[in-house]
Design a protein around this ligand. Structure first.
Ligand SMILES: [Zn+2]
Length: 328
């Protein structure tokens, strides 16, 4: 491993980590475009590759199973993932990441013309098509629009999704956002990421807990502002300039939303509105034409203090925010 750096193993601390797994990160030289992280616990060896994988280093035991690293997007409504994080997911997909996708609400109240049942069925199919465009694995919603509540049962359901995805990155809404479905979905996503390694938190359906760290990142709130109108400045920006058309293609799968958003929120052409919001974040970055902003959740109970897999995986398409809070 020429010029590689091999930091000392770190012991994980956190809920459910009673087996004391060890964690190592190896980084190969940039010209090889290869980063490998590994975790090991008794009788288990998990290897996770970041960035474009060329070949496993020859020193690794051949008996170790290999998996691609996984990122899970958890949002409220069908179309939120596409609008807030579609570019970031596509950037991860380019680097070989395994993507997972769930809208916790079924979208059934987002219509003035269809019944709830009809609307839920239409939006389910739209979301599945969009998920295919993004290249992600689809998970069905767990409740109806406006029924997002923080309950143990809902936490158990979201925990099952986190565990099934084996994600090392969870992407979700801003903790402070313009409407309750977004904020509750965010809280459930954060708690499910926290409890992914807690064997005594029984998920619905039952899925075995896992021990690898999970790092949570929050997207920008809708309109880049809190419900009280304060500007939210992300920690860093992901360039989505050359992926904007693919992001719009995914969003356009939610065809039933055009009429609804025209009527309910005055979003004349929500595809164009999404382009404008994407450009606004790009202007905030002072670097990219189109961008998505992210804030990393504190590590306690989730991951190691210096774990930052999203920044690591996308480091060539990221710019840090201006600490003075510069905006467009
Ligand atoms: Zn939404």
């Amino acid at each position: 491993m020429q010029n590689a750096t091999v930091p000392q193993p770190q012991r994980l601390n956190g809920p459910g980590l009673s087996q004391s797994p060890t964690f190592r990160i190896y980084e190969r030289p940039a010209e090889l475009n290869f980063v490998i992280m590994s975790w090991s616990v008794p009788e288990v060896c998990v290897l996770t590759y970041h960035a474009a994988l060329l070949a496993p280093p020859p020193s690794l035991p051949s008996s170790c199973p290999t998996i691609m690293p996984a990122a899970l997007a958890i949002c409220a409504h069908p179309d939120d993932i596409e609008i807030l994080m579609g570019g970031t997911l596509l950037q991860l997909a380019r680097r070989g990441w395994d993507l997972h996708y769930v809208n916790l609400c079924d979208g059934s109240r987002g219509s003035t013309t269809m019944s709830r049942q009809e609307c839920a069925a239409v939006r389910l199919e739209e979301a599945k098509r969009s998920c295919e465009v993004l290249g992600a694995k689809f998970y069905p919603p767990i409740y109806s629009d406006m029924e997002a509540v923080y309950t143990t049962e809902n936490l158990q359901k979201v925990t099952a999704i986190v565990r099934a995805s084996k994600a090392s990155i969870v992407l979700t809404h801003s903790p402070s956002d313009y409407m309750e479905d977004h904020e509750i979905s965010c809280r459930l996503a954060v708690s499910a990421a926290f409890s992914h390694g807690m064997p005594n938190l029984e998920s619905i359906p039952p899925v075995e807990s896992y021990y690898e760290p999970v790092t949570v990142y929050h997207a920008q709130p809708v309109g880049n502002r809190t419900p009280l109108g304060e500007l939210v400045v992300p920690h860093f920006y992901v360039d989505s300039t050359d992926l904007i058309e693919k992001k719009i293609e995914a969003l356009a799968c939610h065809a039933s939303q055009k009429e609804w958003l025209d009527v309910s929120q005055g979003m004349d052409s929500y595809l164009e509105t999404t382009r404008q919001l994407s450009r606004e974040v790009g202007r905030m970055s002072r670097q990219f034409e189109h961008a998505e902003g992210w804030r990393r959740h504190l590590h306690w109970g989730f991951c190691n203090s210096d774990d930052d897999p999203l920044r690591l995986a996308l480091r060539d398409v990221i710019i840090e925010s201006d600490p003075t809070g510069a905006s467009a």
